[in-house]
Design a protein around this ligand. Structure first.
Ligand SMILES: C[S@@+](CC[C@H](N)C(=O)[O-])C[C@H]1O[C@@H](n2cnc3c(N)ncnc32)[C@H](O)[C@@H]1O
Length: 437
């Protein structure tokens, strides 16, 4: 058989989905991952690249259409790399995600498949002719696709994006260029919780004067906003530098799920409000079943879950590496009169072992980032073997890897999916483990 080459057009039958939700086809012993193809479709595809044993392609023409193919809601899809599954019905998306988290009893859908995200980070870059681009990175690239709407967001971004562009132009503030590492503003982030919008401008200059941008925010959000400036001079892909300054607006607390709180821009907060509530309620019911007196939340963010659980246990402990989250968490506990929670700032790999040594029969909740549990955290669990481990995961691959380490000691009693991130290939899983007798 002649080898496939770039730009070649071939016909393919799509038999499955990859972890990213790409269509999968097989031809001449090669696995081809096809952007924009659905299971069950017959297509012609253009080869984009060929590697050893596999290749990538994109749909040219759909010859036999899946009945689960739908028209994307967003005009920037699929060019903008912000999400990936808008061409798929939500039913098909849930089926695909069930396949990602094998053995789950069910997958809890999101109340809304669009307009659910409470957070957004938009890179600001200099375009080829010096224009300002604000949007998302095209997949696997550092090229910003200029957008003024995102249908995943719970609030429109149109006025904010337009307002930032005109404010930058009027004040001669320049967009960042990665190539030359020059320019002033490199990112704008926002988080909308209840009726409060927190906006952060991330810039390369220590004392960039951004106070006048508050006027733009006031026109859009009235008094319900807070503006931060983050100084981030490094060549780096992470969104924020270390220094945050509160610039203007008000930092008032919002009431979420019965808890008054402020969330720092650097701190983690679950992005889908309705799914977060359902997931936390499920975790609470699992913890109640154990009748445990102590609950440890490792990778706690500001410990929203731990605070909620603190009401039904004697003691809650929250371990978290982000100092801003710990500060916000302590403040949240104080504001809500929660006195039986202990906050520990640090790396779970370093801190968890000692905590497990001093508490008896806890439920241990771990909710790590996509990279999963580090070796030291896994060792701490294996050394002390708490009677229950509740693993909240946003990455089925690292979850499977970590469960392989723990399942010699534990029985898996519950596994449920939660669709925290509709229209993207990401999915949340909650797993309950009970120590073997
Ligand atoms: C997926 S979030 C979960 C937050 C929280 N459980 C919630 O639901 O709001 C993961 C958190 O782990 C924190 N983190 C990442 N690496 C860590 C480490 N090595 N030790 C402790 N916390 C860590 C992050 O800062 C983030 O707040």
């Amino acid at each position: 058989v002649a080898a496939l080459v770039k730009n070649q057009i071939i016909s393919l039958d799509i038999i499955d989905y990859s972890h990213e939700g790409l269509g999968v086809a097989k031809i001449d012993g090669l696995v081809i991952f096809v952007h924009g193809a659905l299971k069950g479709e017959k297509i012609t595809a253009k080869i984009l690249s060929v590697k050893k044993g596999y290749g990538f392609a994109k749909v040219e023409e759909v010859l036999v259409l899946s009945k689960e193919r739908v028209t994307p809601l967003c005009k920037f899809f699929p060019k903008c790399g912000g999400c990936g599954l808008q061409h798929m019905s939500y039913k098909e998306e849930l089926d695909f995600k069930k396949g990602l988290i094998k053995g789950a009893s069910e997958i809890v859908p999101s109340l809304a498949e669009y307009h659910y995200r409470n957070k957004c980070a938009l890179p600001v870059r200099k375009g080829k002719s010096g224009e300002i681009l604000i949007g998302f990175f095209r997949k696997k690239s550092h090229e910003v696709v200029d957008i003024n709407e995102c249908v995943l967001q719970n609030n429109p971004i149109r006025e904010l994006v337009a307002g930032l562009k005109s404010w930058m132009q009027e004040n001669n503030i320049l967009p960042y260029s990665e190539e030359s590492h020059t320019g002033d503003i490199r990112q704008i982030t926002l988080r909308v919780l209840e009726n409060q919008t927190i906006v952060t401008l991330v810039g390369t200059k220590k004392n960039l004067h951004v106070l006048s941008f508050a006027k733009v925010l006031q026109n859009i959000y009235g008094e319900n906003f807070a503006l931060y400036y983050n100084y981030h001079p490094d060549k780096s892909n992470v969104i924020y530098g270390k220094d945050f300054v509160f610039v203007a607006g008000n930092d008032k607390a919002v009431v979420i799920d019965g808890l008054a709180m402020s969330v720092h821009p650097a701190g983690f907060f679950q992005v889908n409000d309705s799914v977060r509530e359902k997931m936390f309620a499920y975790v609470k019911s699992l913890v109640a079943e154990t009748k445990a007196k102590t609950v440890i939340e490792a990778y706690a963010g500001q410990g929203v879950l731990a605070c909620k659980l603190s009401k039904s246990v004697d003691k809650a402990i929250a371990i978290e590496i982000c100092a801003e989250s710990i500060t916000a968490g302590k403040e949240m506990a104080k504001q809500n009169g929660i006195t039986n929670i202990e906050y520990i700032l640090g790396d779970c790999g370093q801190k968890l072992g000692k905590v497990l040594e001093r508490v008896e029969q806890p439920v241990l909740i771990v909710d790590p980032p996509r990279s999963g549990l580090c070796t030291k955290t896994l060792k701490a669990i294996k050394d002390s073997l708490p009677p229950f481990v509740l693993y909240i995961s946003c990455n089925p691959n690292t979850l499977t890897r970590d469960l392989n380490e723990l399942l010699p000691y534990y029985n898996l009693t519950h596994k449920k999916g939660f669709d925290m991130f509709p229209r993207t290939a990401n999915v949340e899983t909650v797993v309950m483990l009970q120590l073997k007798q």
